[in-house]
Design a protein around this ligand. Structure first.
Ligand code: ATP
Ligand code: MG
Length: 319
């Protein structure tokens, strides 16, 4: 058993009743100096040590991330406590990679914004001018369509990085939910018409909800746009509400391709696209739901997803 535990790339500690470390595997000794025999708080200098010891004493299992210093180097551990066992993993690299990605996105947005503005501006000026021959006008229009698409992408990336910095302060006001949903559907009309998808809205005309309209708009427009994108042709998408005491569930349901169960817990990650996206050959960056997740947390709302592969998907937003 010991040989087996020593092969792992995870630290394993076993604690006795007085919170002393009785056993530490090989991996944990890379990070902790002679841990065996020490008390847990002497050996493990993580930030949330009090939570950890409380959980050990009360036998509650928990999982959290914590900073940890090894030879003055900052590490991030994912720690799982299930008394009397503690398992920890070094996730510093994964974290750094995530931060590097975000830095990259931020500079990309920054570098792209001004040339995009210039291009769009000049194209606006040139299109439909009398002295531009018809055949060139058509080409300009096509170029403009592409630059606009690119601008939209840059805008989305910018919003995502701003939301991540938590800069945005929600403004709560009473908004008419049905009007907001209709506005989104109209904006997505091109997409839904192309696939002949009908969007059925079951929301009373006089239903108001107190929330930030920009954030709710972003959430619902991403959910509805995904529902269209991952539906087969000629299908229906439902947008409806369910009221529960002081809460409202806004439900976006499609009968499309669905997500495989093993991929479902990753769809809210930045840049993650499940295998169904490849199957459908749809375009996208895997940013929509990452944006949704951040918007949902800014609203103190909740989002759940149920999906069956090949049968459909339902997102439930609780506000
Ligand atoms: P983007 O939104 O950036 O244009 P995207 O739609 O691929 O690209 P997300 O909206 O973040 O990215 O969604 C992530 C992944 O989750 C999608 O690539 C797809 O695999 C899956 N997904 C999201 N919504 C649905 C849905 N309604 N039905 C099936 N799969 C979905
Ligand atoms: Mg999307």
């Amino acid at each position: 058993m010991k040989t087996l535990l020593d092969q792992l790339d995870e630290g394993i500690l076993i604690i006795d009743k007085s919170l002393n470390i009785r056993y530490a595997n090989e991996f944990s000794k890379k990070y902790l100096e002679e841990p065996e025999g020490k008390t847990i708080s002497d050996a493990l200098h993580v930030k949330n040590i009090s939570v950890l010891t409380e959980n050990l004493v009360s036998s509650t299992s928990s999982e959290f991330e914590s900073e940890f210093f090894v030879n003055n180097e900052r590490k991030i551990f994912k720690i799982k406590v299930n008394s009397p066992i503690i398992i920890f993993r070094d996730i510093t690299e994964i974290r750094n990679l995530g931060e590097a990605k975000m830095d990259f996105v931020n500079s990309l947005v920054h570098e792209f914004s001004s040339p995009m503005t210039v291009m769009n501006g000049y194209l606006d000026l040139l299109i439909d001018r009398k002295d531009v021959p018809e055949k060139y006008n058509d080409i300009l229009k096509r170029v403009h369509k592409s630059t606009r698409r690119l601008s939209k992408l840059v805008e989305e990336l910018a919003t995502l990085s701003n939301l991540e910095l938590q800069n945005y302060k929600p403004i709560m006001e009473n908004i008419n939910l049905r009007s907001l949903v209709i506005e989104i559907i109209e904006e997505l009309e091109n997409k839904s018409k192309r696939k002949n998808i009908e969007i059925e809205v079951s929301i009373p005309a006089d239903f108001y909800i107190k929330t930030d309209s920009l954030l709710l708009y972003r959430i619902l427009s991403n959910l509805i746009s995904n529902a269209i994108k991952y539906s087969f042709d000629n299908e229906v998408v439902h947008v409806k509400i369910k009221r529960k005491e002081d809460k409202t569930n806004i439900i976006v349901k499609d009968f499309g391709i669905g997500v495989k169960p093993e991929e479902l817990n990753r769809i809210f990650e930045r840049f993650y696209r499940a295998s169904n996206a490849k199957f459908f050959k749809t375009s996208g960056m895997g940013l929509g739901l990452a944006l949704v997740k951040h918007a949902v947390s800014l609203l103190n709302a909740k989002i759940e997803v149920n999906s069956s592969y090949m049968l459909g998907t339902e997102f439930i937003l609780t506000i």
